[in-house]
Design a protein around this ligand. Structure first.
Ligand code: UDX
Length: 435
């Protein structure tokens, strides 16, 4: 497994749990040292235990030496980063191609080289060319096996997937992949074998579709507010139609994270390059960007049109709960705008404050818990729906605050109850004013 980042680490540990001997190659010395001591560089529920138990069982190990890890193996997964390239929005594949070349040099016999990182259509073919030109003598196949792991739920998603998509074009390559995923045949998880380009595109299409679904319900939420409808009832009413499905219809401050923003951008660039632009994906990206910036305006309006001189408590900074990931989190746009407009922001997040610090204005005060953040605040904004925020006692929240404005960007609280506790409560698209 080349790359001990999020995808490499979770996939490596899960393949080891499936009974395969896995070596994870990590070139960052600090990360490698941490992994060898059993410390995880990321927060993912269950990962530390899974890594430690598989290391103990002798199935999982970590090294900085790619050549020795790759020699003699039957499958090499490339799980290095593919960040958005500055300037043009394309995925930056330099790490992927560099890894492919090094792997080609190090292999000692037949192997399948599999891309696990999300890579644009055509990358598998390019990797094939790189390996062939680096090692014309080598017997190998290339495959594409995109991951569909949700942060916070990654181990469950790997162990009990809705499906596994594998782009592999020879019997030999398919056989190696079947062996790796053997335990999934027992639980009858669908394994979809396709051509390499198809597997690559499937990953982008899945994420773009989900991003579109979230963005659609967010737009409907705005409309619900105007017409006096309740977006949760709309979501349920449409989601019960099996063709639509109930998941990913929860309205909020806009999608963020490491996948949706990056993958939608990369897909729309690919679509443009190939002369088949996707106006739906283009609109999704634009609508979501605008939404994240407009969320601060909701807070400002809730505070009577200005937040200058006011103290705002912010609960939740990460792009979603159960992760410390701040990438493209709506909190970045919201908190920066509030501070820029003269508010004093007191923030709390159960896992993300260390990651947030370098990305947010210096003036933000980081608090020890939600009640500490609420202390003396004129308004409270909930950005990320961590479970512990759901259970906050409203009376104590009210006592801690100076004002009573509550902006709930994830609709976690009961509007009627919150109003009974004296809060001026704002949510997303529930139009509860007449209830
Ligand atoms: C996603 C995909 O789900 C996963 O399959 C893929 O491999 C990687 O990207 P992840 O980024 O971890 O996973 O988060 P996910 O749970 O999918 O949420 C993405 C974003 O959409 C978050 O910002 C979340 O808050 C938002 N979202 C999701 C909503 O606003 N409403 C919803 O109903 C669902």
């Amino acid at each position: 497994m080349i790359g001990g980042g999020y995808v490499g680490l979770v996939s490596g540990a899960c393949f080891a749990e499936f009974g395969t001997e896995v070596t994870v190659v990590e070139t960052d010395a600090n990360k490698l040292a941490a992994l060898r001591e059993g410390r995880m560089p990321i927060y993912e529920p269950g990962l530390e235990d899974l890594v430690q138990s598989n290391v103990k069982a002798g199935r999982l190990s970590f090294t900085g030496d790619l050549a020795s890890a790759v020699a003699g193996t039957q499958a090499v997964f490339i799980a290095v980063g593919t960040p958005t390239r500055r300037g043009d929005g394309h995925a930056d594949l330099s790490y992927v191609y560099a890894a492919a070349e090094q792997v080609a040099r190090a292999l000692t016999g037949y192997a399948v080289i599999v891309t696990k990182s999300t890579v644009p259509v055509g990358t598998g073919r390019r990797i094939e060319e790189i390996i062939r030109s680096t090692r014309p003598d080598l017997d190998f196949d290339v495959a594409s096996n995109p991951e569909f792991l949700r942060e916070g739920n990654a181990i469950g998603d790997f162990m009990r997937p809705d499906r596994v998509v594998i782009g592999a074009e020879t019997d030999r390559a398919r056989e190696v992949m079947r062996l790796l995923y053997r335990p999934l045949y027992l639980i009858e998880a669908p394994i979809v074998f396709t051509a390499i380009e198809t597997a690559e595109l499937t990953k982008y299409a899945a994420n773009a579709f989900l991003a579109m679904k979230v963005t659609f319900i967010n737009e409907m939420a705005d409309l619900c507010e105007r017409v006096g409808a309740d977006v949760h009832d709309v979501a349920r009413g449409i989601g019960l139609d099996g063709r639509i499905g109930r998941k990913f219809l929860h309205p909020g401050p806009g999608y963020g994270g490491s996948c949706f923003p990056k993958d939608t951008l990369a897909l729309l660039r690919t679509a443009q390059d190939y002369g088949a632009p996707s106006r739906l994906v283009e609109a999704t990206v634009a609508v979501n960007d605008a939404r994240k910036s407009s969320m601060a305006m909701r807070v400002i309006n809730a505070c009577g049109g200005s937040v200058r001189g006011k103290t705002i408590a912010v609960l939740g900074l990460t792009f979603k709960p159960e992760t410390d990931d701040m990438r493209d989190s709506p909190a970045l746009a919201i908190v920066s705008r509030l501070v820029g407009d003269g508010a004093a922001v007191r923030a709390f997040d159960p896992e993300g404050m260390e990651q947030a610090r370098p990305l947010l204005p210096d003036a933000v005060v980081y608090c020890t818990d939600a009640l500490d953040a609420a202390s003396g605040a004129d308004a409270l904004v909930l950005i990320t729906e961590w479970n512990e925020f759901r259970a906050l006692p409203p009376a104590r929240l009210g006592e801690a605050m100076r004002g009573r404005v509550l902006v709930d960007l994830r609709n976690v609280y009961d509007p009627v109850a919150m109003r009974q506790y004296g809060f001026t409560y704002y949510d997303i698209g529930r139009s509860t004013r007449s209830l």
